[in-house]
Design a protein around this ligand. Sequence first.
Ligand code: ADP
Length: 484
Amino acid sequence: PLALLAEPSLLKTDALINGEWVAGSSRFDVNDPATGLKLADVANLGAEHTHHAIVAANKAWPAWRAKTAKERAAILMKWFALMHAHADDLARIMTAEQGKPLAEAKGEVGYGASFLEWFAEEAKRVYGETIPTTDGNKRYVIIKQPIGVCAAITPWNFPIAMITRKVAPALAAGCPVVIKPAEATPLSALAVAELAQRAGMPAGVLNVVTADAAQSIEVGKVLCSSDVVRHLSFTGSTEVGRILMQQCAPTVKKLSLELGGNAPFIVFDDADLDSAAEGAAISKYRNSGQTCVCTNRFYVQDSVYDTFIEKLAAKAAAIKVGNGFEAGINQGPMIDDQAIAKVEDHVADALAKGAKVVVGGQRIGDRFYTPTVLADVTPEMKVSKEETFGPVAPVFRFSTEAEAIELANATEFGLASYFYSRDIGRIFRVGEALEYGMVGINTGLISVAEVPFGGVKQSGLGREGSHHGMDDYVEVKYLCLGDI
Ligand code: ADP
């Protein structure tokens, strides 16, 4: 599929350190999850190259920090324009290595680019403060300064957007970055880095260290233990997030973590059921159910349970599964064998404990799984407790609003949640009661660059996007002026 790129020079397979492409002494395979075929071999770097990248970033920092916000914004805006100009090629690269349908990949390119535009604009608004004095002889002034070298470890489910969401605010604030992209999707990261080079990013300001699964652990250790790296941003599993947090403790590094979710989706009896089924399908099945804000558990009020299931099943049945490059396909493969094995395990566990398949429940070929709806599910099943990260919709029953809130909150996670209701009082009550960083009300799609994305409880720390997204990349400094 990569032979069809309009501009083959966007296909980079070497890492980027200090403005130079680095081949390294070993390589690792990147495969197409739809076919299992090898797409490319990519530089497999380790601890030594990670040190080089950190040193390069630190060296590039003073000049980058010294640029005006407007100058940094101009580079980000040029990068944004280049991403749009090359959207077709970026989408092709993404579909090839990640599997999502081409139209969805192109949507992510636009979403990913939107963070560059947003933070280019925000760069100019990193305002300080003056505080009314309590001592006539003194004045209190607050300034905000870039935190320093930032590291970003990113996942494969949004190979471009999870990078730009982290690096755009860092770069805008005046920080250089070292990125360690997911081993499954380094080609998207490198293509976007090539466009950053073309946009005029100075050498060392943006570095990409590629590595396979085993080497990623080594790279992660160096990034976490470095006292030059002042901030680590990670999106991925809660399990790995905890490891990184521990590794960052000795250097008391600032952390932004966007970890696992276990999103509930509540349908009340006063909901518009057609709209709820539509929102449910979007929130559940996009990216084959492989997003951290994908619904994991549906809770439907007794009196509308059967009707909602019928409507959701019709939506699921209409989804066409196949290779993301083919026309008309709206669900691609799962990322790898492990991912589909987990989906099969969760469905088998539910069926063994009494659930029934309303639609789907089948594996096609190696890594494709049909959009599935499960009825008669109970809290004892794995689908209720663990993130399935696949196209499976378990539908639970509830009777009262209080019960729905209790069930929805009964998890250590707190990223996204959703509910459908037309009652304004209920909308406020439930919106306030859900222990989640984000609540979609009468919608299944909530992510845009302008809003704060992030979780509570064990779903993470900090917020990405919105004007709050800049906070993690600046330090607040207090200047106390005496002898006035
Ligand atoms: P997922 O479950 O979404 O695959 P992971 O949390 O396993 O997410 O991986 C997300 C990112 O974290 C990837 O870039 C991966 O290489 C990296 N990663 C995984 N384990 C470690 C680790 N122990 N140290 C550093 N990075 C890691």
